[in-house]
Design a protein around this ligand. Structure first.
Ligand code: T1G
Length: 674
């Protein structure tokens, strides 16, 4: 079946592409479009052209799987320029998501007709590149510089309605008659001489718009190369002839796509999708039907977890021990929704709809109606085993019993039931209604259909799910531990909290180990005996320096929670350096990298060795979506490949670490993780 076919509808030639799953603009599609335009040009009875796609969406962009391979002509810029140069009006019929090169094809057309549910966007920046088929030239001319800067540097799609307001879409069609409406539009303009976007006046730009845009987005773009490159391309070409601008765009495109950041971001694009696949579970396995979710615990985690399902339209029964705790929990959920509505991200109707799906109750037995029950209570194995013992008796047959534990043994919890096959870990990351990562912890006896059901549900609630095996801390928190141990040691040896955190923030992390401790709570896991002081952390906790929530932790905080280095903390650290007799030395930033980041790679290799993660790219996904690892570095294992495994092994051995067998073997063989 050809990827592109043509069909006459009266005077109109309809060019249809069909390249599942998303009509990516691979070679066959590009060649087919080229042939279709040539057919229209060569047939005097053709008065106008409609370009459309079968399936779920208009072109979703260039075929990312072709990147890195020799380009097969015609390249996409050539095809888009051909469309634009056609002497007959070409109309794009847009549905689904016209993204990247797909949007650029539409911009090369002379008109755009779209259904209201369509979205149009330039997500190339999320792959570390830029619109490389004229998007940086046509969009400023069509919709203005500000719209082009916003769309191209942030990569978020806009609705067809918004696109019409910007002058990008010429007509909104009915959802169920797009092709007919596009053909009718084509007939209306058939006798008009097509006016290519690039023949229009160059774009106009307010003075200072580029520097103002840079300043307003400096924090968001920190560390990324592509956004600044895009700003420079538009800034240097918006008032120049199209050909000159197109050449500048091509140069920047080539520079970015050859770079490490783009390789990292493309790696994560595919890694995120690969993570949803479980090697020994067929995609088409029958999944369980989840009509109602039960959540035990209406605290921070239980409330956040519940919101994910409510927002996806799934009813939730939430159980607490006291009315006061229940009211507090549901109040926090409502407040969270209302805050989101204040930002314009959801409507007040959506708030009421979500909250309307919530059934708060003190009646534990109400969980008997649920198809999935998620326990989100205190991190204590005895408490969890008691709860699962009760669930075993009251939950309906086939209900999935999940724990939100962040490190406890799922096998031990499962053993407290007569149905270990129904038991699984669902480790949400706080705040659970915001963080995208979900670690799905596979017990030794967890049934395959339970895993498949939870993975599919994760996609429905817009989470990125990664399967982890049972071990202390699963994948993410397990790798956090060696980082924290070493950070504490470096503190004793001469480094300061600020220096260590600064190295991590400059690396691209949202915050360093001590900033993170202050945010999460220095007192998490503390024995709570102020008289038992065995290290710096105990000393801080004994003085109620529990972190941001107390206005003081490793840092001092003002009323707006702005941190500043704390003289008192340095006194405590100095006391403990003396008390333990720890030899002091000048700690370099490089040593901090080698002793806090390299051990994470080593732990990741152990996780792979033990089979607690399916693939190295899964570990990368965990750290991007669970901890804010900079996506332009591709995750810990991808980043290790870019550093080189041999230098990492040498540094780990220099610092006295025991290097995992897998890491050592790969280093010796010159292999990579990904
Ligand atoms: N190329 C190749 N494969 C793609 C693809 C693409 N552009 N987009 C998606 N796929 C695959 C994906 O890997 C998965 O495969 C399947 O399609 C379903 O995707 C010149 C150079 C369109 C919103 O960045 O945002 O154009 O895992 O699971 O959740 O300027 O896919 O099933 O084997 O994501 O419904 C710009 C990327 C490219 C869009 C659909 N375009 N795609 O989401 O399904 S660069 C993009 C998406 C470019 C030009 C430049 C989403 C989607 P598999 P999915 P979904």
């Amino acid at each position: 079946m050809s990827a592109v076919t043509t069909e006459r509808k009266g005077d109109i030639l309809v060019i249809t592409a069909n390249n599942p799953p998303v009509n990516a603009l691979g070679f066959d599609v590009r060649a087919g479009l080229e042939a279709g335009i040539k057919e229209a040009q060569g047939d005097s009875t053709v008065k106008a052209v409609v370009i459309r796609c079968d399936g779920r969406t208009f072109f979703a962009g260039a075929d990312i799987t072709e990147f890195g391979k020799p380009l097969q002509e015609p390249g996409l810029p050539t095809v888009v320029n051909m469309i634009e140069a056609c002497e007959k009006p070409v109309i794009a019929a847009v549905h689904g998501t016209a993204l990247g090169g797909g949007f650029e094809v539409a911009l090369g057309c002379h008109y755009r007709v779209a259904v209201p549910s369509a979205k149009l966007g330039l997500p190339e920046v999320k792959l570390g590149i830029l619109p490389g088929a004229g998007g940086t030239q046509r969009l400023p001319r069509l919709a203005g510089v500000e719209v082009a800067l916003e769309m191209a540097t942030k990569g978020s799609p806009i609705s067809a309605k918004q696109a019409k307001e910007y002058g990008i879409v010429d007509k909104l069609a009915d959802e169920d008659s797009l092709t007919d409406d596009a053909i009718a539009f084509a007939n209306d303009v058939a006798d008009k001489r097509p006016l290519p976007v690039t023949s229009q006046m160059t774009a106009n730009a307010e003075a200072g718009v580029f520097d103002a845009f840079r300043k307003a987005n400096a924090r968001k773009f920190r560390g990324f190369e592509a956004p600044e490159e895009i700003i420079q391309v538009i800034e240097s070409t918006y008032d120049k002839p199209f050909q000159e601008g197109a050449e500048r765009e091509r140069q920047s495109f080539m520079k970015l796509i050859m770079g490490t950041q783009s390789a990292a971001q493309r790696h994560i694009f595919f890694a995120e999708r690969k993570a949803s696949k479980i090697d020994d579970v067929p995609d088409d396995i029958q999944k369980r039907d989840i009509k109602r979710v039960g959540v035990i615990g209406a605290g921070t985690m239980g409330g956040g977890i519940s919101m994910n399902f409510l927002s996806a339209g799934i009813p939730v029964t939430i159980v607490e021990m006291s009315q006061e705790a229940l009211d507090r929990g549901t109040g926090v959920m409502r407040k969270n929704y209302e805050n989101t509505a204040k930002k314009g991200r959801i409507t007040s109707d959506q708030v009421e709809k979500a909250m309307g799906l919530l059934t708060p109750t003190l009646d534990f037995d109400a969980l008997g109606e649920c198809d999935l029950i998620i326990e989100a209570v205190y991190e204590n194995m005895d408490v969890k085993k008691e709860i699962f013992g009760r669930l075993d008796k009251l939950a309906k047959s086939g209900a999935i019993l999940a724990s939100n534990t962040s490190y406890l043994d799922i096998n031990e919890i499962a053993a407290s039931t007569s149905r270990p096959g129904d038991v699984v870990g669902m480790h949400f990351f706080s705040p659970a209604n915001v963080m995208k990562l979900l670690e799905v912890v596979r017990g030794d006896k967890t049934d395959k259909d339970v895993l498949a059901t939870v993975m599919a549900l994760a996609k429905k609630i817009r989470k990125v799910a990664v399967v982890a095996g049972v071990c202390h801390g699963f994948i993410g928190n397990r790798m956090l531990m060696p980082r924290q141990v070493e950070a504490n040691k470096l503190l004793m040896e001469g480094a300061t909290p600020s220096q260590i955190d600064k190295v991590h923030v400059e690396f691209g992390m949202p915050m360093g180990p001590f900033q993170m401790a202050d945010l999460a709570g220095v007192d998490i896991g503390w024995h709570r005996d102020p008289n038992r002081i065995e290290d710096v952390r105990d000393a801080l906790c004994a003085e109620e320096r529990w972190g941001q929530k107390k206005g003081a932790g490793f840092y001092d905080y003002d009323e707006k929670r702005n941190p500043s280095p704390s003289p008192r903390v340095m006194e405590i650290i100095d006391e403990w350096r003396a008390k333990t007799g720890t030899p002091q030395h000048e700690v370099s930033d490089q040593e901090i990298v080698e002793r806090t980041l390299y051990p994470m790679v080593n732990e990741g290799a152990l996780i792979l060795e033990e089979g607690k993660a399916q693939r190295a790219s899964d570990i990368d996904v965990v750290w991007i979506y669970g901890y804010g690892w900079p996506v332009y570095r591709g995750g810990p294992m991808f980043w290790a490949d870019t550093v080189g495994l041999k230098p990492i092994v040498d540094a780990l051995e220099k610092h006295g670490f025991t290097v995992s067998k897998l890491l050592k073997d790969k280093a010796e063989k010159g292999e990579k993780f990904n």
